[in-house]
Ligand binder design. Structure first.
Ligand SMILES: [Fe+2]
Ligand SMILES: [Fe+2]
Length: 150
């Protein structure tokens, strides 16, 4: 396990993400975790009031950063798997594709300014961090390490 401690104490997050064995991938996971923390902050702010235009702009901005970064991360992870002949590539890719499809559904809720998007998006993000990274990604750790990756 390793943690993320932001230099900005307001955003400090200690996220118990597993070390998946490849440094560049670990760093990407931490970045995704910091987005989830940012998202939680937005949800907390919205607990006490209606979303204003400014809030929606903040949501749009964060969501597009998440979407772009998730795509970059998935393609890098998938490229690495393909390059080294990871035997569970297809099943893993299916999980990535499903997540991207779910993001598209959330995007349409956000576009329609449906505040209910936040429950779906929040649970997707945390489920991703806790289940996908710590369970599914963690499965390739030994494989990549045996290939000499660090
Ligand atoms: Fe990952
Ligand atoms: Fe993955």
């Amino acid at each position: 396990m390793f943690g993320l401690k932001s230099s900005n104490p307001k955003n400090a997050s200690h996220c118990l993400l597993k070390d998946v064995g490849v440094n560049s991938i670990n760093r990407q996971h931490l970045r995704l975790a910091s987005y989830a923390v940012e998202f939680n902050q937005i949800v907390e702010d919205l607990a006490k009031k209606e979303a204003t235009n400014k809030d929606w702009h903040r949501i749009d901005a964060l969501f597009s950063r998440v979407t772009r970064y998730v795509q970059t991360h998935f393609s890098e992870e998938e490229e690495l798997m393909k390059a080294h002949g990871y035997p569970y590539f297809d099943a893993h890719k299916q999980l990535h594709d499903r997540f991207v499809n779910d993001l598209i559904k959330v995007q349409s809720k956000i576009n329609n300014r449906k505040i209910a998007f936040k429950e779906k998006f929040g649970s997707m993000l945390w489920d991703w961090l806790i289940n996908h990274i710590n369970e599914e990604d963690y499965k390739y750790r030994e494989f990549f390490r045996e290939k000499g990756l660090r």
